[in-house]
Each structure stands twice: as C-alpha cells, then as structure tokens.
Design a protein around this ligand. Structure first.
Ligand code: PEP
Ligand code: MN
Length: 263
C-alpha cells in the first residue's frame, strides 16, 4: 500500500489546511522536550515569527538512560496545547505506547513515532485504526525496506496519513551522532507515494551542521524538515548540543526561502 507502483500519485497529508506532500514545504520546529510552560511558549512564539509551520515538543522522551529526564508527560501535553492556542501552530509530539493512542489523537495534530518505536507493531496497528497523521521516523538501524514495511502496518489498518522521516542511521562513523542518509529520501520518493521529511538535528547531533544538511535535504527533494530549536541550548534538558537557537533558525529560514523560492 505504500508502494508507488500501485498508487502513482503522491499522497498528500492534510493537517489544518497545510498540505504535506506536494509543493508545500513543512517546517516542524521546537525543543526536544517540553521543559516548562514558559519555555514552550517562548520558543513557539519565536519560531512562529520566523516561519515555522508546526510546533514540536516531546512530552514523553525515550531516553537511553532511565536516569535522564523522561519528559513532563501529561503536563507537557497541556503546555503544548496552550502554545497552540497562543500561536495557532499545530502541534507534533511523540507517542510511546498503544495505551496512549486515544489521548494523543485528541490532543495533538501529528503523532510522532520515534526511531525506537518504528517496529513497535502493536503501536503501529493501533495508530492505523485512527485517521490521525502519523510521523514515522526511520529506526536507528532500519533498512529502507523495513521502514516502508512499518508504514505498511499503519496503512494496512486503514490510515492513509503517514509522513516518513529520515533521521539518520547508525553506521561505523562516530563523528556525527548518526549518518544522515539523504539518499534514502531520493529512494523513498521513487519507491513510495508517501511524503518524506528530514531531521538534520538527530541526523547529525551537531547544531552547527543543521543548516547545511537542511539545505541539502531541501535540494534532495524532501517535503519538509523537523528541527530542534531551543532558546538556551546549553541548558536544555535533552539534546542541547544539536539544538539551534531561534536566531539561527531565523537565518536558516531566510536561506531556505531563497533556495526553495517559498514565502
Ligand atoms: C526526538 O525527536 O527527539 C527523538 C527522540 O528522535 P528519534 O526518535 O529520531 O531519536
Ligand atoms: Mn531529540
């Protein structure tokens, strides 16, 4: 069902009038995790001013260590909703388990499935029973085919609204956090009709590399970006080293506008 051979026309996922998938470049930005109401409101207003089209923020965080900050949970979702009310930006947040599906369907505009849950098939099937737009990240070490098969789990249950996200894969290279596989964007656009966006933040793990890889992703044909922006990256509770500041985001957007000839 994800295969372009059987559905030649590109899938367009519509979220609050924003048509992701054809001719529209979506820019999803915000902090890795929602840290406080003030933090998410400040960032939301800054990124909105600079052309972000969606606000992202993790309420539940899949951390490698159980001793790292795990997210604010339900409280985080409430703060995100306030930020949506204030700015009008639709919100994106990561789901962790099937028992959260109902809550996320109600609260957020796009449900993110993180790399670590790409093969949580029980979760994928539950999400497939809804009509909610799903942002499906590529697994840490997933092949393109495995990634598309995970999309298939959602589509097969009846939900056509899947957006794929290349976020880097694990290779022998350790200089970058992951190896951002932009060739996967080109491959997936040919193999599948689903929209594909790129995450240069997790893809590199380095804030200073985000601009170059964002431009490269846009030129490679991605339908959008998901970028971590934090008002004080040094103090961020999660992924500070790869987060850019609102000022850096503003400069990046200026360059992207020129590159893509968008507003
Ligand atoms: C995130 O978006 O903050 C995240 C945890 O990403 P990934 O699932 O790609 O590691
Ligand atoms: Mn993160």
């Amino acid at each position: 069902k994800a295969n372009r051979m059987f559905k030649p026309e590109s899938t367009v996922v519509e979220v609050n009038g924003r048509k992701i998938g054809e001719g529209y470049f979506c820019v999803i930005t915000g902090p890795c995790s929602v840290e406080s109401e003030e933090q998410i409101l400040t960032i939301a207003e800054e990124v909105k001013k600079n052309g972000a089209t969606f606000l992202r923020g993790g309420a539940y965080k899949p951390r490698t260590s159980p001793y790292s900050f795990q997210g604010l949970g339900l409280e985080g979702l409430e703060y995100l909703k306030h930020a949506r009310e204030k700015t009008g930006l639709p919100i994106v947040s990561e789901i962790m388990s099937p028992d959260m599906v109902e809550k996320f369907v109600e609260d957020v505009d796009i449900i993110q499935v993180g790399a670590r849950n790409m093969q949580n098939f029980v979760l994928l099937k539950e999400l497939g029973k809804t009509r909610k737009p799903i942002l499906l990240k590529r697994g840490l070490a997933a092949t393109i085919e495995e990634w598309l098969m995970s999309a298939e789990y959602i589509l097969n249950e009846g939900n056509p609204n899947v957006i794929l996200c290349e976020r880097g894969i694990r290779t022998f290279e350790t200089y970058t956090r992951n190896t951002l596989d932009l060739s996967a964007v080109v491959a997936v656009k040919k193999l599948s009709h689903l929209p594909v966006i790129v995450d240069p933040s997790h893809g590199t793990g380095k804030a200073w590399m985000v601009e170059a890889m964002s431009k490269a992703a846009a030129v490679a044909g991605a339908d959008g970006l998901i970028i971590e922006v934090h008002n004080n990256p040094k103090k961020a509770l999660c992924d500070g080293q790869q987060s850019i500041t609102p000022n850096e985001f503003s400069r990046l957007m200026e360059k992207l506008r020129k590159l893509l000839e968008i507003e």
